[in-house]
Design a protein around this ligand. Structure first.
Ligand SMILES: [Fe+2]
Length: 131
């Protein structure tokens, strides 16, 4: 459903591979949203949020290390955007914690946030790293 189209590849293998994994998590959220026969998705939502947190921590660290290694000029902008992503994840986590109602709405919000971010950030911000 969500996949790395050619324009998303920035040409740095490690980063491209990690971006692929983020798309895989978007797919996971999409499938969970459309999973009709799971009446209670609370734990699945916790699981996706947890995985996103762990994985983006690693991914941002790798990406920032790479940018530092090439003395990349836009590193600061990147760090700000990465932090904004983490802050939004915190927000989504707080909304989710203990909230058993509106699960599909929660998943839809996670999915929208993630896909908007993947498109905007990878295409317009990370895309410049490879150039
Ligand atoms: Fe980035």
């Amino acid at each position: 459903m969500y996949e790395m189209k050619p324009e998303y590849f920035i040409g740095i293998e490690l980063i491209d591979e990690e971006h692929k994994q983020l798309f895989a998590y978007a797919n996971e959220a999409y499938e969970l949203l459309h999973e009709e026969f799971t009446p209670d998705k609370y734990d699945n939502i916790s699981d996706i949020l947890g995985k996103l947190r762990e994985y983006t921590k690693k991914h941002f660290a790798d990406e920032e290390a790479y940018m530092e290694s090439i003395q990349y000029k836009r590193l600061f902008t990147q760090k700000v955007q990465h932090q904004q992503f983490i802050d939004k994840l915190d927000e989504l986590d707080l909304e989710h914690l203990g909230e058993v109602q509106g699960q599909d709405e929660q998943i839809a919000e996670i999915l929208k946030f993630l896909t908007d971010w993947l498109v905007n950030h990878i295409l317009h911000v990370d895309g410049l790293i490879g150039k």
